[in-house]
Ligand binder design. Structure first.
Ligand SMILES: [Cu+2]
Length: 138
């Protein structure tokens, strides 16, 4: 009960502080993290990052094979990057996005075969916990 009241209180405070302009709301999350097949047969997925040092979504799942990954930086302030964490996944994936300025998007393409979890990160914000995981299904 105490915890419930506490969260009500927090919600009230958050709702109350709406004065200072609109928050940098992420565009509609529809489709983010969803794997579709491009006309050329390559599976494709789009994820997003923004000013909160997170990937949205931080997890997505693909099938073994070729992957076309687009990362959108919806931030207004922060530059991000995208790379697979070195030495962490079942096999190395060299493709990366070294610099992604606010408002930019970039697409990388790679092939992956071994099932398992492939951790990825923003190289600028590992200290702030900007990580995610791509799972390759079996
Ligand atoms: Cu970042």
């Amino acid at each position: 009960m105490g915890a419930f009241l506490g969260s009500l209180l927090v919600a009230g405070v958050l709702a109350a502080c709406g004065g200072g302009g609109t928050p940098a709301a992420a565009p509609s999350a529809a489709g983010l993290g969803a794997v579709t097949t491009a006309p050329d047969g390559v599976q494709q997925v789009t994820i997003q990052t923004q000013d909160n040092y997170k990937f949205s979504p931080a997890r997505f799942t693909v099938a073994p094979g070729r992957v076309r990954l687009t990362v959108v930086n919806a931030a207004t302030q922060f530059t991000h990057s995208f790379r697979f964490s070195h030495g962490k996944g079942p096999e190395p994936i060299a493709a990366e996005i070294q610099v992604l300025a606010p408002g930019q998007r970039q697409t990388i393409e790679f092939s992956v075969q071994k099932p398992g979890d492939y951790p990825f990160e923003c190289s600028f914000h590992t200290q702030l916990g900007q990580f995610g995981t791509m799972t390759v299904g079996g």
